[in-house]
Ligand binder design. Structure first.
Ligand SMILES: Cc1cc2nc3c(=O)[nH]c(=O)nc-3n(C[C@H](O)[C@H](O)[C@H](O)COP(=O)(O)O)c2cc1C
Length: 419
């Protein structure tokens, strides 16, 4: 006879990380780009309001949305940028707003590379190679020089050090979703013939150098994690076997947590949009891969994000050892206290409405992915303004406002600002 493990008991168990930090439970609020920075890319009170809600929301870990390491290369309008300690006071208030509620907070650090947003980035985008992504309206990047590569590695380390000084408990390197780190890993985006491209060992040099530079800059008790793609879900791109080998290398680099995701904004598997129907129906999109990569990760805990909605599936994933932490993205935008709802208040699941305009498939494909992001970003803006999220918000209203703000350009299947 098998005894069912109670999902609440499983999910409520603390987790001790290699750096010594203890996560109070296994639910992680995943990174959701807020677009709530000021015009000069500083954090402001709207972020404090939002993170006060998430910090008190009963999560074992709160991740910030991606923070840029270079103000000349921005992922979305409204991103916060850290290049030095000029915003230390605002950043300190941001970290405190989450920590006061009882959750540790890690800052996600990112460089968009060729996925820089043209509405927010004046400089020509840079990337490992001068190959444009397959996203309409995104210009071709220019290939980075060796000097620029070194400079960006240093920028990640500087931003991590500032995050630590501001009271954040850790950082997460954004190594997924087609941004610069994942461009270096991808054989189709990285066609360099120097030590940063070609073989997998060369393609993973950038991410390993970033990890090492951050580790050297911060103190041993500060957590360093990474979000990595299982695969890019693109022909000729980074695949599961290579991803497993990268995990093997990361596992010996004093990494505290590896979060598994997948896809790029050309092929948005992370949102369940480019994965097979069977995978989407199975609730957690990347759990099969997590099971396979488990051994490669050694003692490093794994988080899996994408598709988790029911407490039973979350509990089963952790109880079976497939992952140690469950990431929640879109549900945390609609239910800021999803952790408490699931672990304390008896909720069996967290809601995340399927966002779409109900248009014929031909139009729905490019539009619905963009609207899914915008609709959830709108929820973050409501909370940041001091209001409640609105699960009944009309998708058409999001569509119209997005058009007003950004024009037709916004309806690329990628993240774009929604201020
Ligand atoms: C509005 C929005 C913004 C996002 N911003 C980020 C981000 O800054 N960094 C990141 O790694 N993932 C980002 N994601 C992806 C989520 O972290 C997560 O991987 C994805 O939503 C799948 O998880 P879910 O099914 O629980 O929503 C974003 C997703 C949404 C909806």
């Amino acid at each position: 006879m098998t005894t069912e493990v109670d999902p609440v008991t499983t999910l409520a168990a603390p987790l001790t990380l290699a750096c010594g930090q203890v996560l109070p439970n296994r639910l992680m609020k995943a990174a959701l780009s807020e677009g709530l920075g000021t015009r000069t890319h500083s954090p402001d009170v709207r972020l404090e309001r939002l993170y006060t809600r998430w910090g008190a929301g009963g999560y074992g870990l709160v991740l910030t949305g991606n923070v840029m390491v270079d103000r000349h290369h921005i992922g979305e309008p409204g991103n916060v940028v850290i290049e030095d300690d000029r915003d230390l006071d605002g950043l300190t208030r941001w970290a405190k707003s989450a920590r006061d509620g009882g959750s540790p907070i890690w800052m996600q650090l990112n460089h968009p590379g060729r996925q820089a947003n043209p509405m927010a980035t004046r400089s020509k985008p840079i990337a490992p190679s001068a190959i444009a992504p397959g996203i309409p309206g995104i210009p071709a990047p220019r290939a980075m020089t060796e000097y620029e590569i070194r400079g960006i590695v240093e920028r990640f380390a500087t931003a991590a050090l500032v995050a630590e000084s501001a009271g954040f408990d850790g950082v997460q390197i954004h190594g997924a979703h087609g941004y610069l780190v994942s461009q270096f890993l991808s054989p189709s985006a990285n066609r360099r013939d120097d030590r940063w491209g070609g073989s997998l060992d060369n393609r993973m040099r950038f991410v390993l150098e970033v990890v090492r530079a951050i580790r050297t800059a911060v103190s041993p008790g500060f957590a360093v994690g990474i979000k990595l793609n299982s695969a890019d879900f693109q022909r000729g791109g980074f695949g599961e076997e290579e991803s497993r080998l990268v995990v093997e290398h990361l596992a010996v680099e004093h990494i505290d947590l590896i979060e598994i995701s997948g896809g790029t904004y050309e092929s948005p598997a992370m949102m369940g949009r480019s994965v097979a129907e069977s995978t989407r129906r199975r609730e957690a999109y990347f759990l099969d891969y997590a099971r396979e990569v488990r051994a490669a990760a050694g003692d490093v805990p794994l988080a899996v994000t994408g598709g988790f909605r029911t407490r039973s599936a979350m509990g089963a994933a952790v109880a079976s050892g497939e992952c140690d932490v469950v990431g929640l993205g879109r549900p945390a935008a609609v239910t800021p206290d999803a952790g408490n709802a699931l672990l304390r208040d008896g909720a069996d699941s967290v809601v995340s409405p399927a966002i779409g305009l109900g248009l014929p498939r031909k139009y729905a494909k490019p539009l619905d992915g963009a609207l899914d992001l915008q609709w959830h970003t709108d929820q973050l803006h409501l909370i940041g303004a001091g209001s409640e999220p609105d699960p009944n918000r009309s998708v058409w209203r999001t569509a119209v406002r997005t058009l007003q703000r950004n024009g037709l350009d916004a309806f690329r299947s990628r993240r774009s600002g929604s201020r």
